[in-house]
Design a protein around this ligand. Structure first.
Ligand SMILES: Cc1cc2nc3c(=O)[nH]c(=O)nc-3n(C[C@H](O)[C@H](O)[C@H](O)COP(=O)(O)OP(=O)(O)OC[C@H]3O[C@@H](n4cnc5c(N)ncnc54)[C@H](O)[C@@H]3O)c2cc1C
Length: 411
């Protein structure tokens, strides 16, 4: 019998961000009433700044997940297709500027799209509203305890109990902190400015990545003449930028903006994010799983954070559905080991690639200049390398979980 203050479910998810929403949807679409999910989120009104909405670059793995969950037709309506990616190193002097053009397709399929995060989340939230075995609580988490059979989460006057606790509570994960899960991390001492701009010329379905002396400057097209800018630079530089009014900020951005898109006319939705690298030493424990930014935070230069997090979701939801199908305890460590084994390679390789690119290009070390331009020219000269890079960023491998391949999960 359920004690008045004990709230029992099969699964307890902490956080209600994008990975949490996709996880609930993946499970409910295939398990229906065979699973009860409780989500614990903090009171978001107090933390509005961190709920900042940004433009997301979604890769083919995320597109396939949306297809398998039956939401791609809705999501696609809000996506801007990226047919080409131009990568350059404009700070170099001399006639041979580093410059690369990627045809952003894999087997005639577009490899990425840009979408407003809020639109994506609204679509998933609407889908979730059909299920009455998902409940979201806004609570302040006080403690967590885990034993052989259950995970328990304590809030004021209540205790949530489940077979499995999933941390989807982002880069400052409280679950990670309370349970003392260590991460390998370093501070980039960089801040990312993220904003939405209107500009005078068309986007022509092209995304731009410029490696400036001070750090990467990305222009992600949101529609014909609207783009999101993500400019990562040293904290000192960004502290000065933060103090500018809109007019001066536009002026500063126009100095770096790509000519092919004309001039910035209007700026909106400005946010600043401290950047650091972090991978937890483990992504499972007894009755515990970490997904998304709670497990790994990567540099935003390639816009891969959510894509990696949703691949976590694809893997763990497949494991849970299969366990239920065969009557197994999905919270037991033996079952969860499969999640850690299959995810760690992708997480570590993705995180380190973007970390390396950022370190190489975000500095003014003169002896590295030839290497910077060599790297770009090398990739440009060998079409197979370019093709492999686009395929790598798509996040789809032969041994990927079903959802990543666009295959629905069925009980
Ligand atoms: C500038 C910038 C640009 C980016 N651009 C891209 C991009 O183009 N493409 C891409 O794929 N990724 C991008 N990313 C990364 C992406 O935003 C993250 O990877 C993604 O938001 C992580 O999702 P999440 O659900 O794991 O965590 P979050 O989105 O951080 O969600 C965490 C959830 O946990 C909740 N929570 C937090 N603390 C508590 C608590 N104490 N108790 C209960 N609930 C709690 C929060 O309210 C929230 O609901 C970018 C990141 C930055 C900084």
């Amino acid at each position: 019998m359920q004690h008045e203050n004990n709230i029992i479910s099969d699964l307890l998810i902490v956080g209600n961000g994008i990975t949490s929403q996709f996880l609930s949807l993946a499970l409910l679409k295939s398990l229906g009433n065979n699973i009860k999910i409780n989500v614990i989120n903090r009171d978001i009104t107090e933390n509005y700044a961190e709920e900042y909405v940004r433009a997301l670059s979604i890769s083919l793995s995320t597109v396939n997940i949306c297809k398998a969950l039956g939401i791609w037709d809705k999501v696609k309506q809000y996506c801007y297709p990226v047919e080409r990616i131009d990568v350059s190193n404009p700070s170099q002097s001399g006639p041979k500027k580093g410059y690369l053009q990627f045809d952003n397709r894999i087997n005639d399929q577009l490899a990425s799209y840009i979408i407003n995060e809020r639109k994506l989340r609204d679509i998933v939230a609407e889908e979730l509203s059909q299920f009455n075995n998902l409940t979201i609580f806004n609570e302040d988490i006080k403690d967590i305890s885990i034993d052989q059979n259950q995970a328990k989460l304590f809030v004021k006057n209540k205790k949530f109990i489940a077979k499995l606790l999933i941390a989807a509570d982002g880069r400052k994960s409280i679950v990670r902190d309370i349970l003392g899960i260590k991460a390998i991390s370093w501070d980039y001492k960089q801040t990312a400015l993220s904003c939405v701009v209107n500009h005078s010329k068309s986007n022509t379905k092209t995304a731009i990545e410029m490696f400036l002396d001070t750090g990467p400057f990305a222009i992600l097209p949101l529609d014909e003449k609207t783009s999101s800018i993500i400019w990562s630079s040293d904290n000192d530089i960004m502290n000065e930028i933060k103090n500018l009014n809109s007019e001066s900020l536009i002026e500063e951005l126009n100095k770096r903006f790509d000519n092919s898109k004309g001039k910035i006319l209007k700026i909106d939705n400005i946010g600043y994010f401290n950047l650091y690298f972090s991978i937890t030493r483990k992504i499972i424990d007894h009755r515990l799983v970490l997904v998304g930014d709670s497990a790994h935070v990567v540099h935003p230069l390639a816009g891969q954070g959510i894509n990696i997090g949703l691949r976590d979701v694809a893997q763990i939801s497949e494991i849970i559905v299969d366990s239920i199908k065969y009557g197994l305890d999905f919270g037991s460590i033996n079952i969860l080991e499969e999640y850690q084994r299959s995810r760690m390679g992708d997480i570590i390789s993705s995180a380190l690639i973007y970390d390396g690119i950022n370190k190489l290009y975000s500095n003014n070390i003169k002896p590295l200049e030839p290497l910077k331009s060599f790297a770009i020219r090398f990739v440009d000269k060998i079409p197979l390398v370019k093709k492999n890079l686009v395929e790598e960023a798509s996040g789809i491998k032969e041994n990927s979980p079903k959802l990543v391949k666009g295959i629905p999960l069925n009980l």
